[in-house]
Design a protein around this ligand. Structure first.
Ligand SMILES: [Zn+2]
Ligand SMILES: [Zn+2]
Length: 211
């Protein structure tokens, strides 16, 4: 079974999640934006072994600690989709603009595409490409656990910003309706910021995407 624990990091309270297979205790860290000592300490406390880094998109609060964590622990970097290459290239400028520590450059070990599958111990996770907030944004979905890790696509009561270069509001709405809603009303999602919710609840009450 896939289990997870969410730990907010950086000044933006970005929901960094540790997900792991409880048969093998192998874990992936989703979006290590910063506060790496905290992330490593949480992994130790949970008794899991970090084996992979998964990225939803390459904004600084999600990807800023990736290069350093990968180097420190020798981890592969999985994701995001190649559409975010320019955000990865721009991490040094993002660090300066938002007052983050300098981001160590990195190259993903594996780029992700819609429909890809990731293996974590004895669990598998589906990848969906959900452009709109950024062109290369992906989300991670476990049908077995009924959980989706969404980055900045959808929030409880809100949706991702689309006013950055490469953002596209219509594309974001299409990603949410065509790629998230089919995961089912009962699926719980973990957004990049703020509290968890379910797709059913957002379809009823989210002012941006309700049916
Ligand atoms: Zn973002
Ligand atoms: Zn964010």
């Amino acid at each position: 079974m896939l289990r997870y624990h969410t730990h907010p990091v950086t000044a933006f309270d970005q929901n960094c999640s540790l997900v792991w297979c409880d048969q093998t205790m192998q874990a992936a860290v989703i979006d290590p934006g910063g506060d790496l000592d905290d992330i490593v300490a949480v992994a130790q406390r949970l008794g899991v072994r970090l084996t992979q880094i998964w990225l939803t998109h390459a904004h600084i609060d999600h990807a800023g600690g990736t290069g350093e964590l990968a180097a420190r622990l020798g981890l592969p970097i999985i994701g995001p989709h190649p559409g975010d290459q320019y955000w990865i290239d721009g991490l040094p400028q993002q660090s300066q603009m938002f007052g983050f520590p300098p981001a160590k450059p990195f190259t993903p070990t594996r780029w992700l595409h819609d429909g890809d599958e990731l293996t974590l111990g004895e669990s598998t996770v589906q990848v969906r490409h959900c452009p709109g907030h950024t062109p290369g944004h992906v989300v991670f979905y476990s049908a077995q656990a009924q959980r989706a890790f969404l980055g900045d696509v959808l929030f409880a009561g809100s949706i991702g910003r689309t006013d950055f270069p490469g953002g596209n509001h219509e594309q974001l709405l299409a990603s949410i309706r065509q790629r998230l809603w089919p995961m089912g009303d009962d699926t719980v999602f973990i957004p990049g910021h703020g509290p968890e919710s379910t797709f059913g609840r957002e379809r009823r009450s989210n002012p941006y995407v309700a049916d």
